[in-house]
Design a protein around this ligand. Sequence first.
Ligand code: CMC
Length: 384
Amino acid sequence: MCAVKDPVVIHKGLDNVYVKESKICFIDGEASKLFYRGYSIEALASHSTFEETTYLLIYGSLPTRSQLEDFTKRISLYRSLETSLLQLIHSFPITSDPMDVLRTAVSALGLYDPQPASDRIEDRIDKALRIMAKAPTIVAAFDRLRNGREPMPPRTELSHAADFLQMLIGKTPGDYDAHIMDVAMILHAEHEMNASTFSCTVTASTLADMYSIITSGIGTLRGPLHGGANEAALKTVLDVGDPSKADEYVVRALAEKKRIMGFGHRVYKTWDPRYVILKKLGAELAAQKGETKLFETATAIEESALRHLAGSPIFPNVDSYSGIVFHTLGIPTDLFIPVFAMSRIAGWTAHAIEYLQANRLIRPKALYVGQKELPYVPIDSRQE
Ligand code: CMC
């Protein structure tokens, strides 16, 4: 038996464990600040586009006009799906969860790549961009097929966000809806070393291909503790149904030790800056569509929760209004996590590429607390 030299510290949940140096994203959870590559999320939401933000995240600096034009064109041309992939999606049960469809289709995309495992950095980025470009096409195609409608082909002249709405809803979205979708995608594009980004980083560290890296991110994002809170927050607002019932709901939920969805965060101990932006967009969108009840109910829940949780570090997070924004844009609830994934592929790629440039296989340890040196018992001698 070897003696343990130092006491072993177990970092459950890897809280406060740093796995790399990074120049991609900085969160100041005490000061309500979020930066992508040094640019504030407020500046990006006001002035950038999803395409430009993706370029920034992956390549490290804002593109020039010609770089952005080339990049935007490249993504738009990558959006269409191979006929065989469309047939594959067609063959899925219509009852499938869209997140399972996205995970399976992204994994299958690797089968159509003649060199899926090429490990030149430029090739890796190109493969990731193809996956990112096709993800909205996959999600929209499945939604139409399950509703008995033909998939809409992508349109290269539309922005990535507008094209997703076009392929989903079947008509060109208005400029305002396209803008809101674009900003929502910027806000979901990156968020430092969260669970799905770590999952992608672990897979990258084994030198696996980009299809495996992004598929592992989608699988990790799928869980209710990570990507699923926006669905749950919207469900709460729909269930409460009216601003007048918000306080009663919050009081009961907290008395029963239930969590208010869209509240609390492992990193932010004050307002999530993405919440501030989404709430403003949600208010504008609701007023524009003349559908204000949902938004007012969410606001009543928020105000009540803030009153009852006063003194705790629990504040609204990105998910308190993202579901309402997506819902008002006409996106079905079970597409919220796929929409999150479609946006986050940008951040996953940036982190995987950054990690690979100074790669070290991620291989933590588990402290063994089981039995040792047991005599092997033949199967016939074991007690049923
Ligand atoms: N409502 C009521 N109480 C809460 C909430 C909430 N939303 N969140 C945390 N608490 C309480 C919790 O009950 C616990 O109380 P006590 O100490 O009395 O048992 C205390 O706060 C600490 O909870 P924790 O789980 O240790 O805190 P955490 O910082 O690890 O939790 C969280 C982060 C996001 C898992 C949690 O706040 C939560 O479950 N929120 C609801 C789900 C949600 O909105 N998730 C979306 C997160 S943002 C997504 C993203 O950035 O990608």
